[in-house]
Design a protein around this ligand. Structure first.
Ligand code: SF4
Length: 290
């Protein structure tokens, strides 16, 4: 179901830019997500999204954004893509993300986008304009295998399409890389998967890989995930229950080894493992640091 809602506020602010992506502000133009990844953390009760498969469209989002940007005194990176995918299928028609980027370009704010969709390429020219200040696009890739990707991220474009999006973005001068998160225990936490993702990201022209070796598991998110495991990976649920019980964080098996492998391969290939972030003082993109 798709429904329009009216939001009161669009941008949330962080006191200090966050460590991972250097965000000062965050925006969600939609609630719910059509990509329907089986592990999605946004199903957790704390986010109060009752039916995660429904999409709520913030009909007044662009008016709110323009008004809020005109009153912001601190210029800082605006993030989007943590609670829903800004390029899920409905965006092709509604164009909220596109219109938000137009406003961000006009007000000359920096932006960081997280997505699993190559629909981001539609907005390439806008991203090039915003890049004069700062624009970064992180494609989330958790497996190098298209078939496994379809099972666990059923509504999202294929993994290969995401690598292709990285290539096009990089060729057109947009800072781009991979958010390699989550890494699902027993399913994706093998060295071969990590090596393949890093290697293909490098071949596509990515500048960075930001990993997280494990996943979250809480209340509704865990219930949904386990229900999906029963259908997709018979027997796997018991492994999870034995290993993690009701823990919030489920670490990847051999996380230290996977991390060593990732860091050493990234170093060999010249990929950063931290985001090159917007620098407020210079207004320019910082040098890559590894
Ligand atoms: S794309 Fe992101 S927000 Fe959407 S279902 Fe997948 S993990 Fe959740």
């Amino acid at each position: 179901m798709i429904k329009e809602i009216t939001a009161k506020v669009l941008l949330s602010s962080f006191k200090q830019p966050d460590d991972w992506f250097g965000l000062k502000y965050n925006m969600n133009l939609y609630r719910g997500c059509q990509h329907q990844c089986i592990y999605c953390d946004s199903r957790s009760e704390c986010y109060q999204i009752e039916n995660f498969k429904d999409v709520l469209v913030k009909a007044n989002a662009i008016d709110l954004l323009r008004d809020e940007l005109s009153r912001k005194r601190v210029k800082g990176t605006i993030g989007t893509g943590s609670m829903n995918d800004p390029y899920m299928p409905i965006e092709a028609k509604r164009q909220l993300t596109r219109r938000a980027l137009q406003a961000i370009a006009e007000f000359r704010f920096p932006v960081h986008i997280i997505t699993k969709s190559d629909l981001v390429l539609r907005d390439l020219e806008l991203l090039q304009t915003i890049s004069e200040v700062y624009a970064a696009v992180s494609l989330t890739i958790t497996t190098a295998d298209d078939c496994l990707g379809k099972k666990i991220e059923p509504g999202a474009p294929s993994v290969s399409e995401r690598f292709n999006a990285i290539q096009v973005l990089a060729e057109n001068g947009i800072l781009t890389g991979v958010t390699l998160m989550p890494i699902l225990p027993f399913i994706e936490d093998n060295v071969e998967n990590i090596r393949q993702i890093v290697t293909r990201a490098h071949q596509a022209g990515a500048s960075y890989i930001i990993p997280a070796f494990g996943m979250t598991l809480r209340d509704r998110q865990r219930d949904y995930f386990y229900h999906k495991l029963d259908g997709l990976f018979p027997g796997m649920r018991a492994e999870y229950e034995r290993r993690f019980g009701y823990q919030y964080h489920a670490a990847a098996n051999n996380a230290p080894e996977l991390e060593r492998e990732l860091r050493s391969l990234c170093q060999e290939l010249g990929l950063a493992t931290r985001m090159p972030q917007y620098s407020r003082s210079s207004g320019e993109q910082m040098q890559l640091f590894k």
